[in-house]
Design a protein around this ligand. Sequence first.
Ligand SMILES: Nc1nc2c(ncn2[C@@H]2O[C@H](COP(=O)(O)OP(=O)(O)OP(=O)(O)O)[C@@H](O)[C@H]2O)c(=O)[nH]1
Ligand SMILES: [Mg+2]
Length: 414
Amino acid sequence: MKVVDALKDSRFVVTRLTPSQVGALGVIGILGEEAGLILNAHFEAYSKSSIQTLDIGSLVAGDWHHTIVMNQSVSDSAEGTVPQRQEKSECVVLVKTGTETWEIHVHGGQAVTKSLLKTFVLAGAAEIPWNEWFACNGSNYRNNVIRDQLARVDGFYAAQILTRQLSGYFQRDIKQIQQLICKSGKSQDNLKKAQAVINRLEQSARVGMRLAEPWQVILLGPVNAGKSSLLNALAGYARSIVSPHAGTTRDVLATRVVLNGWAVDLTDTAGFHPVSDFQQLAPSIEKEGIERAMEAARSADLILNVRALNDPQKDEVSLGSGGEGGPPSLEVGTKADLSDSKQSIGKSISAGLIVTSAHTGEGLDELVKLIIETLIPEAREPTDYFLGGVPITSEDLDVVKELHKKIEIYSRDL
Ligand SMILES: Nc1nc2c(ncn2[C@@H]2O[C@H](COP(=O)(O)OP(=O)(O)OP(=O)(O)O)[C@@H](O)[C@H]2O)c(=O)[nH]1
Ligand SMILES: [Mg+2]
């Protein structure tokens, strides 16, 4: 229900602005003329001041009085027990955010937020989802897209970039460029500064435009190469089934992990067989699994070609690097801890193989570092690509393109 419709049907609306999980803080938004009546009835400021005198943007701490009804069951009342009401108070902070809008900040336990929401709903408020609240409450489209992504993304960097955009970093960069190229006295210095900012915006767009979409990394390789074990070691827990029998994984399985602050979907696949064996495989679940693996590999952002270091290289059915125009790939050697792997390790390292062991953890940090560097070369140190404005929407990209053209014109006229 839209806020406007909700306000027509009921006197005011209420929403939970923090996630519905337990957190450090719970925030409830209330909008509507009648909200003040409920606040007056339940809220008592420590300063004893009236909430009517609060200015927009100010806050006040106080007690929120809940009324809990005890002994309410039917059997109790049948036996003539009178329901008892118990007052319980909660420390809250009340913020006046607009002429008819308020926020109540409480501690982040589930029970308190639920109880407050219920109080408003019982008093006639319509409860609406948080994104509806922002969409209709004076927030612009871009900020709503950012908030929506913030609620969904995993990983430190995506959250950091989005939070900065919510604080106006993109608009600040755009304004800076406009000011630099609009000044009457044209100069090389202004041109260089404007070019530096537009370059940074353009370089960060590739990542900014897909923040809500985790990077897709697929593990390919022969049966028994240790793909599932490697995935489990990277994920830090057992998600894929591991066994000494060749052909254990028969389908494509994705696991969301955060590697060095970036969200990645690691996809385990059915292992490849030597070409001769593959041709003999009847149209089976296993063969279908391998075909699905190849299909998933074509749309991945990165392929990990996994081989056991103790296994002599055979002629397997393989997708390799995904071909020209296909995803990039990293070569990974597994089972470095085994004694029969030892003699091939030196040769493998010089051939560019990343030597790992899922059992001892050897090489995993290096592998994670290389995965992230390959997926997001923009994030390599030292970089300031993601510290300022980052284009998030296609409208942002249009603004950047438009400014790029203006900078070119400015440069020609210089
Ligand atoms: N010693 C040692 N054994 C490993 C290592 N990684 C995997 N293995 C063993 O190798 C066998 C195969 O491992 P999996 O992870 O199931 O291999 P896979 O590539 O997923 O196999 P399929 O699903 O059949 O294609 C299991 O017995 C694992 O315990 C490792 O780093 N060291
Ligand atoms: Mg497997």
